[in-house]
Design a binder for this molecule. Structure first.
Ligand SMILES: Nc1ncnc2c1ncn2[C@@H]1O[C@H](COP(=O)(O)OP(=O)(O)OP(=O)(O)O)[C@@H](O)[C@H]1O
Length: 254
C-alpha cells in the first residue's frame, strides 16, 4: 500500500511534444485506478514517471511521502508484452521479480533467498498458476503468460503496482481473466494500483476510480457511476468542452 501524490507533472519530449501537461492527483492507499485515454494522451508517459523510468520536466511525484527520483524496488510494472524467458518455467520467471530487490552480484549468480522462492510461489498461487509452476513459459497461452508476468511483478513485493495496457494483445475472454487475477492480486495485497486500459467495458468492470487523459491533461477523475458513455466519448473524442464538463467538477470533488 502506498499513497501517491502527483503535483503539476509535466513532460515535454524534445522541443515541443507535450506528453503531460500539469497533471495533479492523489491516490489513496489501496486504490485501484484505471487510466483511460486515446492513443497519445500520455498514459504510458504517466506510468513511466510513476515507475521512475522517466523524469518529469516539471512537477513532483511522491510515493509514500517520499519524492521519486528514479526507479524504486517497491514499484512494480506489468507490461503489455510480458517479456518472459520462454525457455524457463513459470516459477523461474516469477522468481526473477525478486531481482529488482537483490544486489547485482546475487542476481548474476541467481542466488535467491528462501523468502524469494516463497514469494514467487505465493505469487503464482495468487494468479491461479501454482499447478503450472513447472510448465515452460513458452508453452503457455497468452493469458497464462500475462498472469506469469503479474506473478513476477508480485514477487517484487511492491507497494505500488502499475500495468501498461496489460490485456491489449489478448482476446476478450483471456483479457477478462487476466484482469480478474490482476484485481484479485491488488485486493489480496492491498496494493495501490494504476492500470491503463483501452477496452472501456473491461475498465468499467474492474476499475474503481478512473483518470481520463486527453492531450496530456486530466479531463476526468471519478468513479464508475460518473463514467457515462458521454464522458467516455469526451475522453476519447473530445468536444472542446471536456474539461469544463467533466474534469474540473470531478477534480473539485476529489
Ligand atoms: N520517448 C519519446 N520521445 C518523444 N516523444 C514521445 C516519447 N514517448 C512518448 N512520446 C509522445 O508523447 C505523447 C504521449 O505518448 P504516450 O505514449 O505517453 O501516450 P499513450 O496515451 O500511452 O498512447 P498509447 O495508448 O498509444 O500507448 C505522444 O505524442 C507521443 O508521441
Amino acid at each position: 500500500m502506498a499513497t501517491v501524490t502527483a503535483s503539476g507533472l509535466t513532460k515535454v519530449y524534445g522541443e515541443d511534444t507535450v506528453a503531460l501537461d500539469d497533471v495533479s492527483f492523489e491516490l489513496k492507499d489501496g486504490e485501484f485506478v484505471v487510466l483511460l485515454g486515446p492513443s497519445g494522451a500520455g498514459k504510458s508517459t504517466l506510468l513511466r514517471i510513476l515507475n521512475g523510468l522517466t523524469q518529469p520536466t516539471e512537477g513532483t511525484l511522491e510515493i509514500g511521502g517520499a519524492e521519486v527520483t528514479g526507479t524504486r524496488s517497491d514499484v512494480a510494472m506489468v507490461f503489455q508484452m510480458h517479456y518472459l524467458v520462454e525457455s524457463m518455467s513459470a516459477y523461474r520467471n516469477s522468481l526473477t521479480g525478486a531481482l529488482n530487490r537483490t544486489e547485482t552480484v546475487d542476481s548474476v549468480i541467481s542466488n535467491y533467498e528462501e523468502k524469494d522462492k516463497d514469494l514467487a510461489l505465493e505469487a503464482l498461487d495468487t494468479v491461479g498458476l501454482l499447478d503450472e509452476a513447472d510448465q515452460r513459459a513458452g508453452s503457455m497461452s497468452g493469458g497464462q503468460q500475462q498472469r506469469v508476468g503479474i506473478a513476477r511483478a508480485l514477487t517484487q513485493n511492491p507497494e505500488l503496482l502499475l500495468a501498461d495496457e496489460p490485456v491489449a494483445s489478448l482476446d476478450p475472454k483471456a483479457a477478462q481473466e487476466v484482469m480478474r487475477y490482476l484485481k484479485l492480486a491488488a485486493d489480496d495485497r492491498d496494493l495501490t494500483s494504476v492500470v491503463s486500459l483501452h477496452q472501456v467495458n473491461i475498465a468499467r468492470e474492474f476499475g474503481e476510480r478512473f483518470l481520463g487523459l486527453r492531450d496530456g491533461e486530466v479531463v476526468f477523475d471519478g468513479g464508475k457511476e460518473d463514467l457515462t458513455m458521454d464522458v467516455v466519448d469526451r475522453i476519447y473524442y473530445g468536444d472542446g468542452d471536456a474539461e469544463s464538463e467533466t474534469g474540473v467538477e470531478h477534480l473539485a470533488e476529489t
